[in-house]
Design a binder for this molecule. Structure first.
Ligand code: ADP
Length: 268
């Protein structure tokens, strides 16, 4: 990557980080993330405010999931700061992890799984109160899965399972949802429905941080882009699209999609 791109990306990065942080929910400053003291990615800075939709892009292995785990306090930062603001507590960040095969086979009912999103609110007692139960019903309704409440989670389609996990995450938060590749394994129709649901939640005021490998999704839905790697980028979607890095990534992705279409497969 040439110096011009590196410089341009840093310039946009500074400008974007200079936005008024008065309403930020989360601000990340010069963060380094990694394992056993070894940084996978460093100098990450960005902020997310109410109503923002941040897409995290980057090549495979660039550190996107590691960053997300660090934001969720599942892992310690190697350096830098993560500031939660505007009254956001760490247990108020709703998380939709990438589904593993084991999770897909989880032997519990839809209602039980959605209610488990209230555990942070329920405190130490192991029972759900009236408020938590009502919240779970409300979020099942919101995600269009109320009629599935008694069904076993493992019998559902991938798209229905993701709606259950979204309803669960919404029990933890009305402020910030963190999603790691939420459409992995879904068919095109379920994928589209999932993105539209996330868009609707964002329009209702929930801030979104979403990892995606698909730059076209970022183009369609995000307000801001964090591109992890060398060079890195953080700024509005518009400035990303007019940056050399954004143009390059978009071109690369469309070439991959054309090649996949030629093979009749689905790239991931
Ligand atoms: P991405 O989400 O962008 O594909 P990851 O954050 O999953 O990237 O991984 C970034 C790098 O960290 C990779 O080189 C990966 O091999 C490494 N890595 C991931 N998990 C671990 C772990 N538990 N211990 C050590 N290294 C890891």
């Amino acid at each position: 990557m040439n110096d011009v791109i590196r410089h341009a990306a840093k310039e946009t990065f500074r400008t974007a980080c200079g936005k008024d942080n008065g309403m930020s929910l989360i601000t990340v400053k010069n963060l380094a993330v990694g394992y056993e003291g070894q940084a996978v990615e460093k100098d990450i800075s960005f902020s997310v405010s109410k109503g923002d939709y941040l897409c995290i892009l980057g090549e495979n292995g660039s550190g996107k999931t590691t960053l997300m785990k660090t934001l969720l306090h599942l892992q310690k930062p190697i350096a830098g700061e993560i500031l939660l603001q505007d009254g956001l507590r760490s247990d108020e960040i709703g998380y939709l992890p990438q589904q593993t095969v084991i999770q897909k086979d989880f032997p519990a009912s839809v209602r039980e799984i959605v209610r488990s999103g209230c555990l942070g609110r329920a405190g130490l007692h192991p029972f759900y109160g009236k408020e938590e139960k009502a919240l779970a019903e409300q979020n099942m309704e919101r995600m269009g899965i109320k009629e599935l409440a008694r069904r076993s989670y493992r019998e559902l389609s991938g798209g229905q399972q993701q709606r259950v996990l979204l309803a669960r995450a919404l029990c933890a938060t009305q402020k910030l949802l963190v999603l790691d590749e939420p459409v992995t394994g879904l068919d095109p129709k379920a994928t589209m429905e999932m993105y539209e649901l996330i868009k609707q939640l964002n329009q209702e005021g929930v801030a979104i941080i979403m990892i995606t490998h698909d730059v076209n999704v970022a183009v369609q839905y995000s307000s801001h882009v964090l591109h992890v790697g060398t060079p890195s980028f953080y700024g509005t979607k518009e400035s990303y699209l007019s940056s050399d890095l954004g143009k390059l990534f978009l071109l690369q992705r469309s070439k991959e999609m054309t090649a996949d279409a030629g093979k009749g497969g689905n790239h991931d």
